[in-house]
Design a protein around this ligand. Sequence first.
Ligand code: ADP
Ligand code: ZN
Ligand code: ZN
Length: 743
Amino acid sequence: MLYADIIVDISHESLDKTYQYKIPEHLTEQVKVGLPADITFGSGNRHLTGYIVGLSDKPKIEEHRIKEIEGLVEKGIAIESRMITLAHWMKENFGGTMNDALRTVLSVKKSVKPVEKKQIALAVDRETAEKLLKEYARKHNVARARLIKELLTYQPIPKELVTGKLNVSGATLKALEEQNIITTLVEEVYRTASGKNYINSTRVVLNENQQKICDTICKDYDNGLRNTYLIHGVTGSGKTEVYLQTIEHIVAKGRQVIVLIPEIALTYQTVRRFTERFGNRVAFLHSRLSMGERYDQYRLAKEGKLDIMIGPRSALFTPFENLGAIVIDEEHESSYKSEQVPKYHARETAIQLAQMTDSCVILGSATPSLESYERAQQGEYVLLELKQRAKNAKLPEVEIVDLKEEMAAKNRSMFSRALQQEMAERLIRGEQTMLFLNRRGYSGSVSCRSCGKPIMCPHCSVSLTLHYDQTLHCHYCGHTVPLPDKCPECGSPYIAAFGTGTQKVEEAVKKLFPQARVLRMDADTTKEKESYEKILSSFANEGADILVGTQMIVKGHDFPKVTLVGIIAADLSLNVSDYRSSERTFQLLAQAAGRAGRDELPGKVIIQTYQPEHYSITTAAKEDYSGFFRQEMSFRKMMKYPPKAHILAVLCIGRDEARTEQFCGRVALAAKQYAKEHAGEYVAVIGPTKASVAKSNDFFRNLIYIKADNYDILTKLASVLDAFREQDKTIILQMDFDPMGSY
Ligand code: ADP
Ligand code: ZN
Ligand code: ZN
């Protein structure tokens, strides 16, 4: 390598602009992507510090016009430098260009308008507030009661939280303020470096198992050991309490902590638990922040005014000076994989970042990803287990209902007889029910209503997907057949794409129980801002008897009055043409079951299915993670699917159908050639084929899958295929390593 690409200014606009410099011979050994370099710039030869973002052996302009690097900046590697190194690693491991990667990791400076921050506090003393609380509760003034109750445990509360996550209307606030019950505090500067404006809450005493986990991590930390830990703890086992205590220990050492949590799980309770403990030193990122607000949070972090940043995967790029730990809650969540280029996985990236910053990584889940559990089994991660719920040791009773038998008994309703009876009992007892439809947006699998068998690919052990032209396709090998008119297994003519939607479930409930109050939560009812929280808090306030929803309803909130969870058709997520469908089904069922009986009342779960003997369902019903893990891993091993092998999806996207297809064909040929040259290793090129969404926004999408035992082979192959970008600029080439779904 003789030349270095250098950016001289880290701002959004100038990221594309790199300048090439010659690497003097005495520096060729030390030079690395991410290092800051001393350079002279412009005609005046100003001395500047630039960052090396790429290396090459070809000059981009005439050789004699290229200046030489003056030297490398050794001392105090800046945060930017670390981010650039991380971006480079992401590009190498997850594809895309350096520019894509830089845009992902570097926080963007945008003009920030100063916003007035308002907080709500009680204007009356505790005693009066407690009296008011009783009065409001008696009058079913739920919003007022909720607000007063929260203010009694913790105050002041930011106004945006009160009107947002706590769902108290502006009118209610105004009324309470006019009665001098509450008051609004206006602060010019919301966060200050010193002020810890929180009252120390009554602290939970960790139980023996929680304490053991906490001690393990903290002792390692004090001894300078930086491990990756996997806390496998059933829902409600108190993982969050463990995080809180561990984070406190690490923050006390002067280090900072990043906590990743799926956006949907960032509930009011979570915000409160962290704020109670860490006051102004914790900040939250979420998708509703403007670019300016987001930048503001990053800036506070960089200036040392924060100890903890909580948010979705982008929180990983918080520029902390002295990072000490990264916590990833619900580590199995597919939202940790970016859908934009670079399609990085936050877990892998966190582990890389931790290595660069001398930090530890704490992963937590009730249903760990196979990837993480496998690594824990191999001793790469430290496995820590919490097998019991913290408050209520009882796990719910689970009943599996075979829908084939319901069909045979002429019950054409979508609710089995058992589920109908249990729902009726809940209505009488004044308890709540959640009905859950684990339907994914584009699950186009076809199955038989009589025998329940999905139509499978004969080559790949995944179900086929119905396309608009009434043909069935395999997304892994391209196998295509016309939609049969009879079930190939049992000959029944009742064969159809599963068409049940949450709306239909809601209608059916209303028909069956006209007196029941029903709420529905799915993509349609949550389009509006805050509607997600409104539905959940209304249900939590017992504003409804039954909540119908998609996987959205299984996260976060505790509903003490929910004693029945019904899963309408467990097979839906099983029949998705995707090698992860069994894993996803297990996770969804286990999480949904975890919603029942969270408090004193015992819970019951009914799983309706056409495949009562499927291991995803039987093991989820018993919360038998290791049983599931064993069976699923042998499937992955046999089929060479991750984590037993690796997959690279190469997507070619273009306006011109024929041109895109031909381009994809050439890429596939190059991949096959590469495979031939590496005959000693397992490399299999599958395709080219049309993607299941073969056309999107008038862009045609063609696809190649490449399977290999070795991840590095795939990254090397990807960099070979990268050259095709130059061949045809009208076509977008996207790489996705170990994809979360199918294309
Ligand atoms: P998870 O994150 O594993 O779902 P949480 O940390 O949210 O579990 O704990 C579930 C519930 O149990 C919470 O209401 C929490 O306050 C409570 N809890 C957790 N640990 C304890 C403990 N040691 N003693 C009492 N309550 C606890
Ligand atoms: Zn059949
Ligand atoms: Zn196939």
